[in-house]
Every structure is written in C-alpha cells, then in structure tokens.
Design a protein around this ligand. Structure first.
Ligand code: 5GP
Ligand code: ZN
Length: 139
C-alpha cells in the first residue's frame, strides 16, 4: 500500500535492520529499541492489524514467532520477553500495518512497563459476556 511505512520497509524502499525475511513475512529491529533487541514481525501483505487478518495470514505470521523469539532470546541473553500486538489507536497502534512486537526483558526498569489492573466483575456478568463473545465466534 502506497504511503504505508511498513509496506515501504517490506519492499526495501526504506532501510531497516532486517533479521529474517521470506516471501510472506519480514522481521526487523524496531527503531525505538524500547529494550535492546526490540523487534517487529510483519506480514508483507498489507493488513491494518490482527482484527483484519484472516486465519491463513495469521497462521503464516504467528507460525514464525517461536523461532524468531528463541533467536532473539539467544542473541540478547534476555531473561524473558513480552510479545505484544497493538490494535487501533486506543490500544497504542501508531503504524497501521499489522505487526507484532518482540521485546526482550532484562529487568523491571529496562524500559517497558506493563500493568494489568484487576477488577472484580460479578460472576453472572462474566458468564453473559462469555456467552455473547461465544455466539460472535460461532457466526
Ligand atoms: P505500534 O505503536 O503501532 O504498535 O508500533 C509501531 C512501532 O514502529 C513503534 O515501536 C515504532 O518505534 C516503530 N517504527 C516507527 N517507524 C519506524 C521506522 O521507520 N523503522 C523502524 N524500524 N521502526 C519504526
Ligand atoms: Zn502496509
């Protein structure tokens, strides 16, 4: 897609520190280096985010993750890794070409902070919501 930064990187029109490439995906280092080795995995095909992916493309992209994650872990000697995907602006997406972040972790103050706030929903509301989502999945 014209004017898409990651399409341009995938096409080699904009330089990037490439890690892995085949005919379907590209992995390269994120310019921000939130932590050392912060890497992005993208499909070469332009889709906005995971909400726009079909199963086949998801299978192609996500199947590459474990090997890349292990390679990143080995190369950086990180203690662990967060694998994050942001969908839409509210969730922190700034580049609207689907991508998965692989962010090696070295310590609690290494540059990435994730906080999950726990709420206390009542049980029947949870069951209703689960049923609602479930019926969407079956459509
Ligand atoms: P998002 O916020 O959409 O989940 O992530 C987009 C990521 O793309 C950010 O982490 C940002 O640092 C990275 N990024 C933006 N522009 C470039 C660029 O030109 N080259 C590379 N390698 N990464 C970029
Ligand atoms: Zn694109």
């Amino acid at each position: 897609m014209e004017n898409c930064l990651f399409c341009q990187i995938a096409a080699g029109q904009i330089p990037a520190a490439k890690v892995y490439e085949d005919d379907q995906v590209l992995a390269f280092l994120d310019i921000s280096q939130t932590t050392k080795g912060h890497m992005l995995l993208i499909p070469k095909k332009h889709v906005r985010n995971v909400l726009e992916m079909d199963g086949e493309l998801a299978q192609t992209v996500f199947a590459r993750l474990p090997k890349l994650a292990r390679a990143l872990q080995q190369a950086t000697k990180a203690s662990g890794m967060n694998i994050i995907n942001n969908n839409e602006e509210i969730a922190g997406q700034t580049v609207f070409h689907a991508h998965i972040h692989l962010i090696p972790r070295y310590g609690l103050d290494d540059g990435l902070q994730i906080h999950f706030t726990a709420h206390e929903p009542d049980g029947s509301a949870l069951s209703r919501l689960a049923e609602q989502i479930s019926s969407e999945v079956r459509k």
